[in-house]
Design a protein around this ligand. Structure first.
Ligand SMILES: [Zn+2]
Length: 416
């Protein structure tokens, strides 16, 4: 199963916007860089919501039928490990094998020695075509990389073989993710990680490294965009080189787990894709849910009240809601409006705080992040939220489609 050159991961917390999401992809479908959809949902999300991977499969299949989507599409078991993968085996045909926790774990000396032996032909000056800096590869440097990454690569192999035993070797797409590691991976480390994955016979098609800077949930990048561009471009070139050198799948490409809405990085990513004719998997997350809240707030009637109740309950339970996202949410509580203040807002005032319009003076990264993690409150509301969403069907669907197409697909893949 070969993943297309351009793909976009579209999370959907409540599994109700598959059609609206697909309409956004359809709008781009005649473009040469049109992405294919990958519905992704992690074990963490499923456990917070009480949903199952099979629900995502049903959503994707139904949406594809309803829209008449003719292209490829996938269902991603997002960030799985050996303990969580089994529940995804039936529904998924794309597996994001997360080995971040195994990075830096002390590796067996024998595994390190075997890695160093395997990579010994690269001792000397490593040149990556197109990349200015070169890298002095010494046995000591290889030992260091081996110690740091051998365990993670071995774990990826173990999980891959477990999935392949259940589904068959070529029946699914493999992504390996290290984006939730403590430190960014340097491009040359990425080269050797890919070499080790090839040696472990993991047919990796997308790799999600950790970049420098902050990738907070649902808001823009916090960091040096020029440094990001250098890193991203180096990773793209390293991947192209590693593909040829190690015989990895021709479809191998970089995957960027953005946590959504890294608008200020899209120009840099687009430049690198065009310059090197490289592929990309962009994994967005959670903003479909925020568009649902926006749609509910704008729909009139009970909607605005429901949206405000979600905010005020989230405000009261902020610690609990942020806990699973501790490293990727940064809210300044002093800048969160009190629920009593929000109570007095019109739908327009509410939406202006929430909607990701960087140029809008009312837009609040704090309100947006709080609402981002507040999906658990909506899940607990049950019928109350579902009815509000039903009543807001058309508005919410339009918000979801427009957001995905105008803010993500158009700037990054299509070009404005
Ligand atoms: Zn990730």
């Amino acid at each position: 199963m070969n993943l297309e050159k351009y793909s976009i991961g579209i999370g959907d917390r409540f599994g109700r916007e598959g059609v609206a999401q697909l309409r956004a992809l359809e709008k781009a479908s005649s473009h040469p860089r049109a992405p294919v959809p990958v519905w992704n949902k992690s074990f963490r999300e499923h456990s917070l919501l009480g949903t199952t991977p099979d629900d995502v499969r049903v959503e994707a299949d139904l949406a594809v039928r309803e829209v008449g989507w003719k292209g490829a599409y996938y269902v991603d078991a997002d960030h799985v490990g050996i303990r969580t993968v089994d529940g995804f085996l039936k529904a998924s045909d794309f597996f994001t094998i997360d080995v971040a926790d195994f990075i830096g774990a002390p590796a067996e000396e024998e595994a390190v020695a075997s890695f160093v032996r395997e990579m010994a032909p690269f001792v000397g000056l490593l040149r990556v075509p197109g990349l200015e800096p070169t890298y002095e590869v010494t046995p000591a440097a290889l030992t260091k990389i081996g110690r740091h990454y051998a365990n993670a690569v071995a774990e990826a192999g173990r999980i891959y073989r477990h999935i392949a035993a259940a589904k068959g070797e070529n029946a699914f797409v493999v992504e390996v993710s290290t984006d939730e590691a403590a430190d960014p991976q340097l491009p040359f480390e990425l080269f050797f990680i890919l070499g080790a994955l090839a040696h472990e016979r993991v047919p990796v098609q997308t790799i999600a490294p950790k970049f420098s800077g902050k990738f907070l949930k649902g808001i823009d990048y916090v960091g040096d965009t020029q440094q990001f561009e250098r890193e991203f471009e180096a990773d793209v070139l390293v991947i192209e080189h590693a593909k040829r050198v190690f015989g990895l799948p021709a479809s191998l490409k970089v995957s960027v787990h953005t946590g959504s809405d890294k608008f200020s990085l899209y120009p840099a990513m687009r430049r690198a894709l065009l310059r090197h004719d490289a592929g990309l998997h962009l994994k967005t997350a959670g903003t479909t849910w925020l568009e649902e809240v926006i749609g509910v707030a704008l729909s009139g009637g009970e909607g605005l009240g429901v949206a405000k109740r979600i905010y005020s309950r989230a405000h009261a339970r902020i610690d609990e809601l942020c806990k699973p996202y501790a490293t990727v949410v940064e809210i300044d509580r002093a800048l969160l409006p009190a629920p009593l203040v929000v109570e007095g807002w019109s739908a327009e005032q509410f939406v202006r705080r929430l909607r990701h319009e960087p140029s809008c003076p009312d837009y609040s990264v704090h309100v947006r992040q709080l609402m981002h993690v507040a999906f658990k409150i909506a899940a607990e509301m049950g019928a109350e939220f579902r009815h509000a969403l039903d009543a807001a069907r058309e508005t919410a669907g339009r918000c979801v489609t427009d957001n995905l197409f105008e803010r993500h697909i158009r700037p990054l893949f299509v070009g404005s």
